[in-house]
Design a protein around this ligand. Sequence first.
Ligand code: NAD
Length: 415
Amino acid sequence: MREELNVWEMTLSRLDRTMDILDLTPGVIKYLKEPRRILELSIPIKMDNGDIDLFKGYRVQHNTNRGPAKGGIRYHQDVTLDEIKALAMLMTWKCSLVNIPFGGAKGGIVVDPSKISIKELENLTRRYTYELLPFIGPEKDIPAPDVGTNAQIMSWIMDTYSVAKGYMVPGVVTGKPIELGGSQGRTEATSRGAVYTLLAALKVCNISASNLTVAVQGFGNVGSFAAKILFDLGFKIIALSDVTGAIYNKKGIDPYKLSDFIKTNALVSYPEAEKTDPDKFFETKCDILIPAALENQITANNAPFIKAKILAEGANAPTTPDADPALKENNIFVIPDVLCNSGGVTVSYFEWVQGNDAYFWSKRKVNLQLRDIMEKAFYEVYDFSLKRKLDMRDAALALAVGRVAEAMRLRGVYP
Ligand code: NAD
């Protein structure tokens, strides 16, 4: 499904709709559509068998008018430049929407990290970082984890950058382990932020937050913590899926037990749930649906069959533009990706601030500040959607893009 749909073209088509709402000039539109900088790298690695292999890597900095570029690094076999460009642009809008002083970036390497050894993974990460040295840094561009990367990989990036500088530079990446200047609460921040927006959505939709059922696609960082936080709040997690397949139990699935189980087994073989068809996952009868895997999952083909009341987009670009009309027609309240999953970059911002200040916050402070920012962003989008008679997705994008355009106007164009 992912190859058929070009996520860059879809991201641009969404931006076009926003331009109509904002009434921007053709020059500003042209500027906003193009990434500021694209790096395409061939990364040579000495493999364990003694031979050399070459990996394709990218870093795209979309827009830096509101601050240094910020965005994750993805290790996945299907990574393409178009995908990285789209995700970099989404980061610009996301940072703007939650009003943190960053622009947008994204990076990636075409690799299945599960198919190479730890040593090869470390070498690949360090060589990629070395190639990026002139372009990243706390004031320039700050990477973070995304699909296929984690705190260990961020540690290697930080170390490689710090060795080149001659001193430790914690602010060069976020999503680091706590022991190396990571922030309390960062690991689960994207999910916690998504839950804050979901609780606000339930309020504005007048849905009581008791006895609600949830289906989560993807059981990695975002999906597993979203399931756990909601489980702790009393929601019933009835369906889950990952790359191995999908499972269902109408009485509920304990995501903590499942997490333990998948340390040594495939999710799909979990004995306390029945195996279901992953292609019909979005048809699950539930109150809340959370896509938390990859992009292009909800399309015109499956959107008409969604039965959930709220769609909380934990993943980036999980919904294609041609799915939007069906969601609207079925009165599904959408918390769009740029809003729903912006808790991750928000706590990344906290981590960057803490690292630069060498002063670290308690988990309570992190979570309270996160809640303030997520709720403020949610209600800004919701109020704007009512005022301008827009759906939540158009409202979120218009607010975000408008702020970037205003920063551009105020800065002007050099020379
Ligand atoms: P991850 O690698 O930790 O987890 C991805 C999960 O998706 C895994 O469980 C994997 O098995 C599953 N998956 C892959 N293909 C699937 C398929 N076809 N069907 C069902 N499940 C499938 O990645 P993550 O960090 O949790 O990121 C998930 C999404 O959230 C991505 O779109 C990412 O860009 C976005 N996101 C992540 C963060 C973050 O802080 N990690 C922040 C914002 C947005």
